[in-house]
Design a protein around this ligand. Sequence first.
Ligand code: ZN
Length: 594
Amino acid sequence: MDAINNDSHSFARLGQSIITHLNWDARIDFNKKKIFATATYQIKKLPNAKIIVLDTKNLNIRSVVNGNNETLPFELLEPQHFLGQALKIQLSSNTKLISITYETNKSAEALQWLSPQQTADKTFPFLFTQSQAILARSWIPIQDSPGIRFTYDAKVEVPKNLIALMSANNPTKKNDSGIYNFKMEQPIPAYLLALSAGDLVYKPISDRSGVYAEPSVLDDALYEFEDLEKMISTAESLYGEYKWGKYDLLVLPPSFPFGGMENPKLTFATPTILAGDKSLTSLVAHELAHSWSGNLVTNATWDDFWLNEGFTVYFEYRIMEALYGREYSEMLASLSMNGLKEELESLPAEDTRLKLNLKGRNPDDGMTSIAYDKGYFFLRSLEEKFGREKFDLFLKTYFSQNAYQSITTEKFIEILNKQLIEEYQIDLPKDFLNEWIYTHGLPNDSPTPSPEKFKTVDKAILQLLKNMTASQMKDEFKTDQWSTHEWIQFVSELPNQLDSVQLRSLDEVFGFTKSQNSEIFSVWAKVSIQNNYQPCYPYIESFLIKTGRRKFLMPLYTALIQTEEGKKWAKEVYKKARPNYHYVASSSIDELLE
Ligand SMILES: [Zn+2]
């Protein structure tokens, strides 16, 4: 119960009773933009528990009954900033089942309702959820703590021309009834509850993996994710069996706020990784890796978020290394280090510790490159200290021994001490763990990736600044053969101030403004904003309107608001773009543009 008691982002700890299984019976109403549902829970009650407490946010609760259909008294407590409301239900001595009938509100923050215009095929409406970190409570009354796990099944009714999908066993074809049944037999925390409904088609890649996408997107997606089965078997050969049965990808419309969301059995993915050359598929390796780090072994609270993300970035790079070589994964690691250094400069010191203290704050504040990249470099430094063989064995054992458990940072340190540090008797520098986990900033002896290809890129930049022209650079450095990652390195390492002649000639020779690669375009857009390079602005505008991925939006809006003129322009664009953004993106940008 420790983990639950320490989760400041859930009211459930008040409860002394926990849910063990959810049965969800729902109808999706696109006209009203509401979900009408009955949620029935099996509960485990401590002997003297008289209540159960669930998290809710903006839900209209119609009734609460027990297994005999007898009304149970309930109370919705005062709303608390971003946490929503505790739903306190009185239990009788023999209550084992409770059933809540409710509907969602138009402002349900997890849900994004898209008009046909906002989809790729522009014919049918679309709905998707994003529950992480604490938004599951805005569409299902639930104990919304990563420390509480439950199994679920569901029956979902959607308009007849659409198909519904969940983080569960999924249908692969539309049916005539519009009613779909789901089952998730492994216990998951609430943030992994997911639902999507739209005009979607499916094609398998292997007997356990495949892709769902809108009809016009499917072929591109299949090409991009061709190596999916190879990724799964590579992951298994590193850290043990894939435990969730199927692994499918759902390519969402561009307003999806994240790169990907590791909903079990069905990763939700942004279409911005469809670059046409498989160059951005490390994101899929990342979401897949969450099937171990995160979905199997879960951070107990959002203060321990690095346990989900640091492990996953480490695992992601190991998959990419096994598939495409060390140089490839070193480029990824080096880009991570660049991002981390930038973020370290802008974050308050206390937010640069791995173990966070987010009490009283929105847990989304912890979604920074600290959890991801500092977490990665900590694990990598352990790998380098103990050697890969020992560290891999430790990780494999960690995933299998702690499967379906939620882990605090302190519990992890205990396991690390016992199963790695004491086991192999290797002397670590004094204060090693404390410096990485509880101290701000980056330890001095952090690993520093230095891929050969980036050294060449950095040389090219130096030459360019010594008056080499862009076309000379193209010939001299054979840039025709550069990969996406070399281009990202190149553009993001350009000096902040460039003259307009230089910018124009770079753009003419390398075509950055018209790049179809979202990662390259977004770093170029930032350079363009910093230098007020006007030819790029119309492209920035349409990119900001079309794309809802927070990772791209935040740096661009942040760059824009550095000047008065830029801020004015940003606000105008945002007016047009905001309807296309999910709550987790728009809430961040609302704050930024205030
Ligand atoms: Zn992740």
